[in-house]
Structure formats: C-alpha cells, structure tokens
Ligand binder design. Structure first.
Ligand SMILES: Nc1ncnc2c1ncn2[C@@H]1O[C@H](COP(=O)(O)OP(=O)(O)OP(=O)(O)O)[C@@H](O)[C@H]1O
Length: 284
C-alpha cells in the first residue's frame, strides 16, 4: 500500500487510528514529512506523509458494487466501501470477478431463495448485484460453453463464512444441474446437499471464533454430463484436527457428533453394549 506523496492543504485523507482502525480528516498543515490533520472525530493528529492515504471526496454514500470502480484501491478505501455496503445489508461486493463476502451473522433468507436463483440464471457477472449465485452461474456457463472443468476457490479466515458460501454455490449448481430422480431414489444433487450436515457433524465443532467451525479442509467435486446435468459427485476431506477428539480447551467443544449422540434417546444407544458406559465419559 503506497501513501500519497504530495498532499495539499484541505485535501481529504485517511490516517490510522488506534480505535477506529482508519479515520478520515482534512489536511490542515504540511511541514515537510509531517502532516497535521483535522480528523472527523474532532482530534488533530500529526503523522508522517507516508502514513496518510488520499480519500475520494466524491465517494458515493452507498458505496460501489465493484471495487475496481473505487478512485483509490487502498486498505482504507476498500474497508470504507465494504462498511458502507454492509450497513445497507449488501454483504457481497466484487473486485473484478472475485466475490468478497462479509459475514452478516444473521439469516438473510430473501438473498438465497429460488426466485433469486432463477434471476441469476444466465446473467453475466456485474449484470445483477454481486452474489455467490452469479459466481456459480459463470462457472457453470463456462463449463458448458468451453467444455472445460471449472474450480471455485473459497477462502478466508475462521468464521468468515466459507462454509455458508460453499453451501450456496453447491445449491446453485444443484439447481442448475438437477434432474428428476428415477424410481423414487434420491438424486445425486440431493445426496450432495444432504452430505453437508453429516460432514459437519463429524468435522465441525464450536471454537472461540465460530460455533460451527470446520476443522478439516474440503474439496467438493461435482461432475456433470455433456447435457449439463449432474452425473456424480465426490467430496475429499483433508487434515481433520484429530487432537480435538481427546483434547478440548474450554470454551471450545468436541465435534458436534458427540453431543448429538448424547442427545439421542438412551434406548437408541443401548443397541450396542459398549455404549452402556457412554454417559460417564469425562470428555462429555
Ligand atoms: N451468508 C451468511 N448468511 C448468514 N449467516 C452467515 C453467512 N455466512 C456466515 N454466516 C454465519 O457465520 C457462521 C460462520 O460461518 P462459516 O462457518 O461459514 O465460516 P467459515 O469461514 O467456514 O469458518 P471456519 O473456517 O471456522 O470453518 C455461520 O455458522 C453462520 O451463523
């Protein structure tokens, strides 16, 4: 990140702030490398020019849906844009063809219903609001049109929303590639979606950062036939945090499946003699 070298008096800028991370203000005085800034918090600070970043005075109050449209693509500019959008419940933002998701920490069902999936069908990226469905649709279309396998990489820190975003991507792909199941059996896409709760039971646990933290890596492969319909799927898992099974530090928890077993009716567990002592385990 490179700060502005020539700062004029009266120009709008960002400076680091110990409480707000970044705060905006106006340049009041320039003394060689030392810049005096009147912050909007009411404080006046003197900082080195290399720590001062230009602020776009014409930045729209509700932000922009693609970061590439920002006048300045630096950390305070990006964070301001994500913040403005988050405040109006716009949790998704593009940076070119990359989708950034900000965890809303509350259910937003209207964002993910069937009507939304229908809208994103065939829509080019950027035509509608940023959304995981748009990313899934672009991948699906490219696969159909170019005949080449596509990958979607979902990354972020713990609790960022990777698992939830992946489920949205899988739902959309299942919606696009779904076909009626024969003779009442479960279709492949149903089985793919229904695998999530099972995988989460055995591989997810409560941590200090996330009540449903995936303690393993996951590679989900969905196979399509030449007509674009789902023909198969494979889920590979990596690096399960095995130590959690026998060592959990408070307030974290063991894998969900342990508590699910405890919540199960006793008679269901007593089918196996080895479960008799189950409820005395220190671990539980
Ligand atoms: N799009 C969303 N809408 C509503 N809630 C969400 C969304 N994304 C995330 N959340 C909430 O945040 C929690 C954490 O998200 P998630 O488990 O997807 O994070 P993660 O990045 O997969 O974390 P980890 O790396 O620890 O597994 C979810 O259990 C859910 O409550």
């Amino acid at each position: 990140m490179v700060a502005q070298s020539n700062l004029a008096i009266g120009s709008h800028v960002w400076v680091e702030d110990p409480e707000a991370t970044w705060i905006d203000g106006e340049v009041e005085e320039v003394n060689n490398e030392d810049i005096k800034i009147n912050c909007t918090s009411g404080r006046t600070v003197v900082v080195k020019a290399s720590n001062v970043y230009p602020k776009d005075p014409e930045f729209p109050s509700c932000g922009v849906d693609d970061m590439t449209r920002l006048a300045y693509l630096h950390e305070p500019g990006v964070l301001q844009n994500l913040r403005c959008r988050y405040d109006i419940n716009e949790i998704y933002t593009y940076t070119g063809n990359i989708l950034i998701a900000v965890n809303p920490f509350r259910r937003l069902p209207h964002l993910y219903d069937n009507h939304m999936m229908e809208q994103y069908k065939g829509a080019a990226i950027g035509e509608l609001s940023p959304h995981p469905f748009a990313i899934a649709d672009a991948a699906y279309r490219l696969m159909i049109n170019e005949g080449i396998s596509q990958s979607i990489l979902v990354s972020g820190e713990s609790g960022a929303g990777k698992t939830e975003s992946t489920k949205m991507l899988m739902r959309y792909l299942a919606y696009m590639g779904g076909k009626a199941a024969a003779d009442g059996r479960r279709s492949v896409e149903q089985q793919v979606l229904e695998s999530n709760p099972v995988l989460e039971a055995f591989g997810n646990a409560k941590t200090v950062r996330n009540n449903n933290s995936s303690r393993f890596g996951k590679f989900v492969e969905i196979q399509f036939n030449e007509r674009g319909k789902i023909s198969g799927a494979a889920i590979r898992t990596y690096l399960l945090e095995r130590s959690r099974v026998c060592q959990v530090s408070d307030p974290e928890r063991n894998y969900h499946c342990f508590y699910m077993l405890c919540a199960a009716p006793q008679e269901a567990l007593l089918v196996d003699e080895s479960f008799r002592e189950f409820f005395h385990f220190k671990l539980l």
